[in-house]
Design a protein around this ligand. Structure first.
Ligand SMILES: C[S@@+](CC[C@H](N)C(=O)[O-])C[C@H]1O[C@@H](n2cnc3c(N)ncnc32)[C@H](O)[C@@H]1O
Length: 196
């Protein structure tokens, strides 16, 4: 008798979340309930939570390290998140909600926040540099960037706020838990010097 071929189950979680339309009052702010849902999954953990594109998140989470290039949101740290002043491997969780430089929409980073176009892979690498081993890195964007070797892709979740809203992707990565990461993190630090 022919043996059935069983495909191994993918280790990556794929899902679709229908979230509430109401945000936190900031243009481009997280939809209501999104952070709670991410927390339920257990991806936000530890004492040092770094939010690299602060916005109004700091209002609800003043205990997080909220980094933003614009001082009008009163971030913990005012900095360009391509080159944050944070040291290597200090974060237990990292959240990234960068602007979308999609030329087909008027809601660009330049129009909304007066910022230059962003390198999504650049800020992802910066997040990986400051992440401790085992840290979850959570990115909300329309692109799903490739996973550098030093992380594993954990989940890709389509996030939809309702009609007239673009579907975005929540990408969740986890930094590998091996000690060689320290060396690889230093390489990333050197590598990011090429990012504009
Ligand atoms: C989509 S909003 C984030 C909204 C936030 N998640 C919230 O719920 O309020 C993007 C934020 O990133 C900031 N920003 C844009 N480019 C940046 C950069 N290169 N470095 C740091 N912050 C940046 C903007 O000022 C804006 O506050």
């Amino acid at each position: 008798m022919k043996k059935l071929r069983v495909c191994p189950k993918s280790a990556i979680e794929y899902d679709f979340w229908n979230v509430s339309r109401a945000g936190n009052g900031y243009i481009g702010g997280f939809p209501k309930g999104l952070l709670a849902r991410i927390k339920e999954k257990g991806w936000i953990k530890g004492d040092v939570v770094v939010n690299l594109f602060g916005g109004f998140v700091g209002k609800k989470h003043p205990d997080w390290l909220n980094v933003d290039i614009n001082k009008w949101v009163y971030p913990t740290i005012i900095a360009d998140s391509h080159h944050s002043p944070l040291k290597n491997e200090i974060a237990d969780t990292i959240i990234l909600d960068p602007p979308y430089d999609d030329p087909t929409t008027r809601f660009t980073g330049a129009a909304l926040y007066g910022v230059k176009p962003l390198s999504v892979i650049g800020v992802l690498k910066e997040a990986i540099r400051i992440a401790k081993a085992g840290t979850y890195i959570i990115l909300l964007h329309f692109l799903v960037p490739p996973a550098p070797k030093i992380v594993k892709r954990i989940a890709v979740i389509a996030v939809w706020q309702g009609p007239n809203h673009r579907i975005r992707a929540l990408s969740v990565y986890r930094k590998n838990g091996i000690s060689e990461n320290t060396e690889q993190t230093k390489l990333l630090e050197a590598d990011k010097k090429d990012i504009p």
